[in-house]
Design a protein around this ligand. Structure first.
Ligand code: XMP
Length: 297
């Protein structure tokens, strides 16, 4: 038996390394028959499309980024009511963007990660989660032209995390803080214009940087619609307000605010005011869910 070329040893090691980190559920089930897309709707956090593509690349999965910023911002134009905003996002995702992808690719099914909390809150009429249809009597096949497969529908966030762990996925993936389907539009009270989304995106960078070591369930910045009188460089500045929320929860059904040290609150205010143009007021939410909800919209 001769000595194998070095590349063969390396190939073997790569294979073993990939096996140890596990593969996402859809790819285990469908392999190359699954086309994976990331919708860049303009509402994502700073650097998120590249980060998500990178996570999947490390797992051996190619993700196609679909630029749909125009479609989403035109659907959100002039919309201020929270439920109408959620509906506009649902239509932009499922009718306009996925409708086109499915038509162009010839796919018949959309595989997505709806979970039980999404269904509960939608059916209870608390908040229309962007990804719930059948439970509202909407047939996706009839309405959008494709069927929807939801393998995680019986699980809540804690069950999804246990599944990720059991699949051998990296903890950086299944321990990521939850982020809602309507993305930063759920964190802008009033109209979600590109400028206002950019403001909340900058605030989110600060909030995530400062609170990632807290081990809290979820944390976020929210841009308020009301302005308040502030002062900058000795002049009046009728500026904008950011509300910070940081939640303790297991499954998002009930939640309590994290008891952050006052020095941390001061640092949040100082960094948000210096890094986010136009902000003159920073507040911290101390209400529980219920009656509050985790996202503001
Ligand atoms: P709320 O704000 O309803 O949020 O207390 C509960 C959890 O669900 C997330 N969330 C969503 N996730 N589509 C989603 O996929 C949505 O429309 C949506 N709205 C809220 C939220 O981030 C929290 O973890």
């Amino acid at each position: 038996m001769g000595i194998k070329p070095l590349s063969e040893y390396t190939r073997g090691q790569n294979w073993r390394r990939r096996r140890r980190t596990g593969r996402p559920l859809g790819h285990r089930a469908l392999g190359n028959r699954l086309k994976t897309v990331f919708i860049e709707n303009g509402l994502m956090r700073a650097g998120e499309p590249d980060q998500v593509v990178g996570f999947f690349r490390d797992l051996g999965v190619t993700v196609e980024v679909v630029d749909a910023k125009k479609e989403f911002f035109s659907a959100l134009k002039g919309v201020t009511d929270p439920e109408e905003k959620r509906e506009a996002i649902t239509q932009a995702f499922y009718k306009t963007v996925f409708g086109r992808i499915v038509r162009d690719s010839g796919a018949k099914h959309l595989l997505q990660g709806t979970i039980l909390t999404d269904v509960d809150e939608t059916v209870a009429g608390i908040k229309r989660q962007h990804n719930v249809f059948e439970q509202l009597g909407i047939d996706p096949k009839e309405t959008f032209g494709y069927q929807i497969i939801e393998p995680l529908i019986q699980l809540r966030k804690d069950g999804v995390r246990a599944t990720g762990k059991a699949l051998g996925l990296p903890a950086t993936l299944f321990e990521r803080i939850p982020f809602p389907g309507p993305a930063l539009a759920a964190r802008v009270i009033g109209e979600a214009t590109p400028d206002r989304i950019e403001t909340v995106r900058k605030a989110t960078v600060v909030v995530e940087r400062l609170l990632e070591t807290t081990d809290a369930f979820q944390y976020m910045g929210i841009l308020h619609e009301d302005r308040v009188t502030g002062m900058r460089d000795g002049k009046r500045d009728f500026g904008q307000q950011i509300e910070v929320r940081c939640w303790e929860s297991v499954d998002a059904r009930i939640a309590t605010p994290t008891q952050l040290p006052f020095e941390m609150l001061e640092k949040l205010a100082a960094d948000i005011i210096s890094e986010v143009p136009g902000i003159v007021s920073v507040t911290y939410n101390i209400a529980t869910k219920p009656p509050s909800t985790i996202e503001a919209v």
